[in-house]
Design a protein around this ligand. Sequence first.
Ligand code: SF4
Ligand code: SF4
Length: 290
Amino acid sequence: MDRTADGRLSVAEERPEQPSYAFLGVRPCDLRAIAIQDRVLAGGRYRDSGYQERRSGAFLIAAECTEPGATCFCVSMGGGPAADAGFDLALTEVVDDDGHRFRVRVGSEAGAELLSRVPHRPADPGTESTTRDAVDAARNRMGRAMPPVDLRTLMGESLEADRWDDVAARCLTCGNCTMVCPTCFCTTTEEVTDLTGDHAERWQRWDSCFDLDFSYLHSGAVRSSPRGRYRQWLTHKLSTWYDQFGSSGCVGCGRCIAWCPVGIDITEEAAALHDESAARPRRHEKEQER
Ligand code: SF4
Ligand code: SF4
């Protein structure tokens, strides 16, 4: 925004041309996360035209999982190591006595067009079954699992849980978990002016619900404590996300575990909340005691 010589304000939106991105090695949990981002950012209240432009030009080459990581728990979040949808091409790696090769599945016209330009041959039945078996077997080798309970309800029942104090004593509120999470999408708006006041700019920047300013209202931050901020993050991911966007906000990729500098593990926290909830007398039991 600039002030012209006669004192009027002129506003110019600079939108750099969006490059076409190709993503190679997109994991099935990432495909599910992108589907969530599409629901959030491609329509409704959070519609983001920049995202839509970049997304429409994106080419996704998925890599199915045959060796899950120690922090993976996608199966317990309703996903799995197979790429089901949302890719242009999906690769499954095979290394056996017949050598090193990839099985390729086509998921879009753009994928078929690219594959037609790459040397390939029809998959033999042995390769088909080897890759399917390897992906199926990976389902049983997840490094972690969420407790098998209704997480949405659990979070709703845990607002006053003691466990929030425990995790708050360890959490640095650094926001790493939100920066690496493939479904976190929060941004803030930053406005700057030059010293003359004749030129101002507005920027969209990444933000995190662990940032103290994130919940700032007119007289201060609503979530001033680490307890409140961690609780907000976990409750949103596993519970209130359903109310806003119709699904969980966690795809079980495990990145927040891998990148937490103090080793906080979302599956361990959910299990601890479940244990605390299970040990708590139910409301109707308390009423019967009266
Ligand atoms: S990465 Fe770990 S320490 Fe940092 S905000 Fe997340 S849970 Fe807290
Ligand atoms: S909350 Fe953690 S495990 Fe779940 S999608 Fe985000 S980074 Fe992955």
